[in-house]
Write a protein that binds this ligand. Structure first.
Ligand SMILES: Cc1cc2nc3c(=O)[nH]c(=O)nc-3n(C[C@H](O)[C@H](O)[C@H](O)COP(=O)(O)O)c2cc1C
Length: 237
């Protein structure tokens, strides 16, 4: 399977897409997605699963009112209940969403506007459903979301190292529930034992705020580069 774009281009071009074409996800695309999910499940200790050609979970009036049309494929984001499940799920499922984007597919995270009970019934007993991600060939590529400013989500704003500013820019491109962008990124004056600058990541709350944090953590890492910093707290893992 050949990729349409790099991870950086995927971060830049990904937007929520809720309306999909009839075109199914091809065998090659499925194989690449399955590989990405297997890696994310192993690295994140999650039990995510892809579902294809199943229009049922987006067949409710609620889903239609939210703008979902022709959603036949989705990723179930789930794992054993634990105090960091939401954040871990956000981080590793967003890896799959960006991989889908690289394959030329489109996606939308969905925590509320789908038939949650129908999906929950398919889970193993100890698993908790975090959200699902609609996947497929979009009828459009979506649109850039309205965004908070750098000053509303990060410090320092001026005289920040280039890698930090790039990380914050990537974080602002990340999907968040209801586009709330309630995260906060802080470049501290501290370094770790290896002399790496420490960056703090926290949230001001809101629905799915900890899922958002995991997504934002991944985007910041892709923008800033892990060779330039370390996280101040052991947030995910
Ligand atoms: C954790 C999470 C939950 C979401 N839940 C829903 C949802 O239930 N229904 C919906 O229509 N969109 C949902 N979204 C999509 C967001 O509204 C969308 O990502 C946000 O407006 C930012 O737009 P973008 O994805 O184009 O950057 C969710 C996004 C995230 C990250």
């Amino acid at each position: 399977m050949s990729y349409c774009m790099s991870s950086d281009e995927a971060v830049e071009s990904r937007h929520a897409v809720r309306r999909f074409a009839e075109e199914p996800i091809s065998a090659d695309e499925r194989a690449a997605l399955e590989e990405a999910v297997a890696a994310a499940n192993a690295d994140g200790t999650l039990h995510m699963r892809l579902a294809y050609d199943d229009p049922e979970v987006f067949s409710s009036a609620l889903a239609r009112r939210a703008g979902f049309v022709n959603v036949n494929n989705y990723l179930v984001v789930a794992g054993h209940s634990s105090n960091n499940l939401d954040m871990r799920a956000g981080y590793f499922a967003e890896k799959v969403a960006l991989e889908a984007q690289r394959l030329g597919l489109n996606s939308c995270w969905v925590a509320a506007t789908y038939k949650r009970r129908t999906v929950r019934q398919t889970l193993a007993q100890k698993d908790k459903l975090v959200a699902i991600i609609a996947l497929g060939h979009g009828t459009t590529q979506g649109e850039a979301h309205r965004s908070r400013t750098v000053a509303q989500v990060a410090r320092p704003v001026t005289n920040a190292p280039e890698w930090f500013s790039r990380g914050v820019r990537y974080a602002l491109l990340a999907p968040t529930a209801m586009n709330q962008q309630t995260f906060w990124l802080q470049l501290t004056r501290k370094t770790n034992a290896d002399g790496m600058p420490l960056v703090g990541l926290s949230t001001n709350g809101g629905p799915c705020a900890r899922v958002d944090l995991g997504i934002v953590k991944l985007h910041f890492e892709l923008g800033a580069g892990m060779e330039n910093f370390a996280w101040a707290d052991p947030v995910v893992r």
